[in-house]
Design a binder for this molecule. Structure first.
Ligand code: ADP
Ligand code: MG
Length: 338
């Protein structure tokens, strides 16, 4: 008798879910991504108990037909890619077809969704990966997904969650990142019945002011440069407003929030000699590049990406930040590197 056994689907899916869904923040992130991919103009996020009891995301995007609404919860179910080649040219935030399946495996989910063609919306209830109801209901065009009692069936995970203060902070940060990257979408966040944020649809600069306030905005200088390969726009802090913490540092690649040490380092390097050691600049940098030049499928969270020309990006970011600092007469003019 061999000792190796194939895990039952129920256990396998809980393990897989753990890769994508770590805490309420992950649910907020995945659901907002889906709403943006669905073309939503208005997105509302509702939290109860810092998302532990409820994360609900309501959008006015394209919605789903009844067939799609059911299949959407299957693992690897996606409308965003069809072939392996599509992976090289991702223009949506999602593409792995894992989020809804993962969320449904570890929570109690209620989805209402309606397309423009349909009179009635479809209601799908699914708990621990099992569909318990499919019915018709009335609902505006768009989708509302309510995720209740996250990790109700994985107590170890549930116990691992931090205080409401900490979990809320994470969820809020995820929300804010989308608000920064998508100023043309209006965003609203309600937590325990209190309106926390409401950002009307606007342009990028105004959105930054909406989020961070006019006072903070005055400490920033703009960045805006492009080559054939890559373009960067955004804001960086004036050197005198550098701080002891690495606060308010954001890098977006094709409007996706990413973590990239190399780009951070390129920015710090550009500020060298302008700020004291142990102080850090703030920055909000939007990098746009042909998706064929990046691999975002490095990790399920898609927070890390690989550029085909890491050194080129590093040099460009450093040059652009230096150039912006010099343009604002903060340092002597420096030739921008090709
Ligand atoms: P992915 O986003 O990687 O495709 P998900 O599991 O997040 O995978 O979603 C599965 C599919 O369900 C999506 O490809 C999309 O077709 C559909 N979907 C999910 N959320 C929404 C939404 N808010 N509006 C419309 N369609 C959605
Ligand atoms: Mg998705």
């Amino acid at each position: 008798m061999g000792r190796i056994k194939i895990l039952p689907e129920e256990i396998a899916s809980k393990i897989a879910a753990g890769e994508v869904i770590q805490r309420p923040e992950s649910v907020v992130k995945e659901l907002i991504e889906n709403s943006i991919d669905a073309g939503a103009k208005n997105i509302t996020v509702i939290l109860k108990d810092a998302g532990k009891a409820l994360v609900q995301v309501i959008d006015d995007g394209c919605g789903m037909s009844e067939d799609d609404a059911v299949i959407a919860f299957e693992r690897h179910a996606t409308s965003k890619i069809e072939t392996y080649e599509d992976l090289e040219n991702i223009r949506t935030l999602g593409f792995r077809g894992e989020a809804l399946a993962s969320i449904a495996a570890v929570a109690q989910v209620e989805m209402k969704t309606r397309t423009q063609e349909d009179e009635l919306a479809t209601l799908v209830k699914i708990e621990g990966g099992k569909i318990i109801e499919i019915s018709k209901t009335s609902h505006p065009i768009g989708t509302s997904i309510a995720v209740k009692n996250l990790f109700f069936n994985t107590p170890a995970r549930r116990n691992f969650l931090k205080s409401n203060y900490t979990e809320f902070k994470h969820a809020y940060e995820a929300f804010i990142r989308f608000a920064i990257a998508y100023p043309e979408i209006s965003f609203e966040l309600i937590s325990d019945d209190e309106l926390i944020s409401k950002f009307e649809a606007t342009d990028f600069e105004t959105r930054i002011k909406q989020i961070f306030g006019d006072e903070f905005f005055k400490t920033l200088i703009p960045v805006d440069e492009k080559t054939e390969y890559v373009s960067i726009y955004g804001f960086i802090s004036k050197p005198e407003f550098s701080r002891k913490t690495k606060a308010d540092q954001f890098i977006f690649l094709n409007r996706r929030y990413i973590i990239n040490r190399s780009i951070n380092h390129a920015v710090y390097n550009a500020y060298e000699h302008l700020i004291d050691k142990g102080n850090f600049p703030s920055f909000i940098l939007m990098i746009l590049i042909d998706p064929r030049h990046v691999d975002i499928n490095v990790h399920p969270s898609k927070l890390e990406v690989k550029f085909d020309d890491e050194q080129g990006i590093y040099n460009f970011v450093r040059a652009v930040v230096k150039h912006s600092l010099s343009k604002f007469n903060l340092i002597p003019e420096i030739e921008i590197e090709p």
